[in-house]
Design a protein around this ligand. Structure first.
Ligand code: NAD
Length: 322
């Protein structure tokens, strides 16, 4: 089997590729992977093995129709991670998000349709649902995105659905909660706080820190995607929720504890515009249909991530900002 993985040099995509090549997903022991990645500030060739015979790396853009027309034929499946992914950047300038997430997704899926790719997984996010005060979102909830990143992902989900409904492309959509793990760009809250603590700097909390996020280890997310790839039903959406909900304040307390630092290291910055107050996914569907359950305990996972950043300064020092 040949699988095309877009965005495979980024945080989650590279974890998926490394896990697959390491034999973590049964039935993919002989799968060959092609990674297509533009290597934006968020992607790095150093996230992938340099010389695995089952990996081909292609440096390119999912908006490039000619490249896609050459590359897509011959692949049996696509797992589509490539996206602009940082909310704050989308608030500053939404256009790159529309190009990569909407136009790019459309061009990519259109090539998959034309070249009869047999199976597609479109990787999306819980942020498309908006914010929920009580209870949890099932896949039937309407999309009510509140920031340009979430809106562009919601639009990409609509394009993905339309390619299935209009042309029968065998495609499933996954919507996952906030990921954490090694190799996450230090612009995101967990690596940002860890690297700031490691450098002896303060951490900055948005607003009063009461926003609630649901967390999942990247290992669990990628295993969920592999199950959807192998056994998910076409046209269906699968929430992949980690089940660990906490306020950013609680998360900060845990990270301070791991870093041996006190609350005096926290400074406060203005809340994001349109900050979503709470995310919460109902994962009953993927659990009952595909037998998925998250396995990594949050404290254990967070400790592993803290250790990884402590031991891999050369990876993040060039990427860390401010
Ligand atoms: P990331 O920003 O770390 O990586 C994105 C990758 O896509 C990078 O390697 C980048 O170079 C590549 N890329 C961007 N634009 C491209 C283009 N036009 N053509 C080719 N490659 C391009 O993101 P991530 O956190 O790994 O997220 C991966 C996917 O998972 C995204 O679709 C995101 O929406 C989704 N997701 C992320 C989370 C999370 O918590 N990080 C949660 C749920 C879903």
């Amino acid at each position: 089997m040949r699988v095309l993985v877009t965005g495979g040099a980024g945080f989650i995509g590279s974890h998926f590729v490394r896990s697959l090549l390491q034999g973590m997903y049964p039935s993919h022991e002989n799968t060959h992977v092609t990674v297509l990645d533009k290597l934006t500030y968020a992607g790095g060739r150093d996230n992938l093995p340099a010389d695995d015979p089952r990996l081909t790396f292609v440096h390119g853009d999912i908006c490039d129709r000619e490249l896609l027309a050459d590359l897509v034929p011959g692949h049996d499946a696509l797992v589509h991670f490539a996206a602009e992914s940082h909310v704050d950047r989308s608030v500053a300038d939404a256009e790159p998000f529309l190009w990569a997430n909407v136009v790019g997704t459309h061009r990519l899926l259109e090539q998959c349709r034309q070249h009869h790719v047999e199976r597609v997984v479109h990787v999306s996010t819980d942020e498309v649902y908006g914010s929920i005060q009580n209870g949890s979102w099932t896949e039937l909830y309407p999309m009510q995105p509140n920031n340009p990143y979430a809106a562009s992902k919601a639009a990409s989900d609509c394009m993905a659905r339309s390619l299935h409904r209009s042309f029968g492309l065998d495609l499933s959509i996954t919507r996952c909660s906030n990921n954490y793990g090694p190799r996450q760009h230090p612009e995101k809250i967990i690596p940002k706080f860890i690297t700031r603590l490691l450098r002896g700097q303060d951490v900055t909390l948005h607003g009063d820190g009461s926003a609630v996020r649901e967390w999942i280890h990247v290992d669990d997310h990628c295993r969920g995607i592999s199950l959807v790839l192998d056994k998910g039903r076409p046209g269906e959406i699968y929430n992949i929720g980690g089940g660990v909900e906490m306020t950013n304040r609680e998360l900060t307390r845990l990270l301070l504890e791991l870093g041996g630092a006190g609350w005096d290291r926290v400074s406060y910055v203005a809340d994001r515009v349109a900050q979503d107050q709470r995310y919460s996914l109902d994962r009953t569907k993927i659990s009952e249909e595909l037998g998925f359950e998250p396995e990594m305990g949050f404290r254990e996972g967070l400790l592993g991530v803290f250790d990884w950043y402590r031991d891999n300064g050369e990876w993040w020092e060039s990427r860390a900002q401010g």
